[in-house]
Design a protein around this ligand. Structure first.
Ligand SMILES: *Cc1c(COP(=O)(O)O)cnc(C)c1O
Length: 377
């Protein structure tokens, strides 16, 4: 889907609810290289390892039953997730990507006149979800490209119904230590729902980090969302899940589509989460290259925001010929596709997903050329 201007509303035609036309259409990372140049897509935080072969096998086997409706409760998938994390499967809801769950939460808890909070460089889906539900988005400033608990709490009003926190955040790669997340929860009113979006949790190695399972277990107003799109390599299948208090799970099960996760997705997801070795390999590769690329790119004279996820935010000088847009054009010419993040309030940065060893080396070499030509560093 490409971004288009919305047509002027006609007085004689059905009008969408207020807020819908205030949404800027989400523009995904680019995925095209110039003709004849091999494409290296490093713009959507996908894994260079692909999915577990066991997940692919389960997906293929599911092709035998495509005329049959899937299990609307996605029981096999919830049980596999519960086993992997030691959770109660009754408190898990699966969705068509975690994006669906993030938006179902807004639909369940936010209405016209209500406010939904998120942070300055937070994931774009939160604004879309709040506006689509008829609510008012409220943005809390960040400090050093990191969520700031005091700034969030300062923007809470008696109309705040939901607070979204990506931890770690996309596109900055920064995170809040678990102590800070607990302080955030403790400062929120009991009727405001805290959504911990832990899409990159598997990649985080910091020992003061936690995805939030413990907080969900002990609080009535916290949910955690997770995805199979990143380290599990199943982005195309659209599988996310949520762990929450019984009341939230009940509300979501009432409003979600009755068959919102497909049969092949249920089968492949259950197989993927059981293949621990596959995930461990991807995480080890990521840890190595996160460090090597951070150091390598900094050595070129560019600023890199320290990341705990599977991507890096690279900042460029605000000078003609040296800006993020110049680097983006330079890299695209060479088939290296990064993510422009102007829509996230970061017009002079690019987000680089950690790729295969070959792709990582190619990016480092190309950025080196860019820096040398422009005498950076
Ligand atoms: C990629 C991502 C997701 C996952 O989206 P899916 O719909 O599960 O593919 C959620 N939150 C953040 C912050 C992300 O970057």
């Amino acid at each position: 889907m490409s971004a288009t201007l919305s047509p002027a509303p006609r007085p004689d035609a059905p009008a969408p609810r207020p807020g819908a036309l205030a949404i800027d259409i989400y523009v995904p990372g680019k995925s095209k290289a110039p003709a004849g140049v091999p494409l290296r897509k490093l713009s959507s935080n996908e894994t260079p390892f692909g999915p577990s072969p066991k997940a692919v096998e389960a997906f293929r086997a599911a092709a035998a039953d495509l005329e049959i409706y899937p299990d609307g409760g996605a029981r096999a998938l919830r049980e596999a997730i519960a086993r992997a994390h030691g959770l109660d499967p009754a408190r898990i809801v699966c969705g068509a990507g975690s994006d669906e769950l993030l938006s179902l939460l807004a639909h369940a808890y936010v209405g016209p006149g209500d406010e939904g909070l998120f942070t300055e460089h937070g994931f774009l889906v939160y604004r879309i979800a709040i506006l689509a539900a008829g609510g008012t988005p409220v943005v809390a400033p960040e400090t050093n490209l990191t969520a700031d608990v005091d700034a969030i709490l300062a923007r809470v009003t008696d109309r705040t119904r939901i607070v979204y926190l990506a931890n770690p955040n996309n596109p900055t790669g920064t995170y809040l230590p678990f102590d800070e997340v607990k302080r955030l929860q403790a400062g929120l009113p009991r009727d405001a729902l805290l959504v911990l979006d832990a899409a990159y949790a598997e990649y985080v190695r910091a020992n003061d980090y936690a995805a939030g399972i413990e907080l969900v277990s002990s609080c009535e107003n916290v949910v955690m969302t997770r995805t199979f799109s990143k380290v599990f390599g199943l982005a195309s299948l659209r599988i996310g899940w949520l762990y929450g208090p019984a009341g939230v799970v009940d509300a979501l099960n009432r409003i979600r589509g009755p068959f919102n996760v497909s049969g092949p997705a249920i089968a492949a997801g259950a197989a993927a989460i059981a293949d621990r070795a596959h995930i461990d390999r991807a995480v080890a590769h990521n840890a190595r290259w996160l460090a090597e690329l951070t150091e390598g790119i900094q050595a070129l004279g560019l600023t890199v925001t320290p990341s705990v996820a599977n991507f890096l935010l690279i900042h460029f000088p605000d000078e003609p010929g040296r800006r993020a847009a110049d680097a983006d054009a330079f890299l695209t010419q060479r088939g290296l596709i990064l993510r422009a993040v102007g829509a996230y309030g970061l017009p002079n940065a690019l987000r680089l997903s950690i790729g295969s060893e070959d792709a990582n080396r190619a990016v480092l070499a190309a950025l080196g050329e860019f820096a040398k030509d422009r005498q950076l560093g």
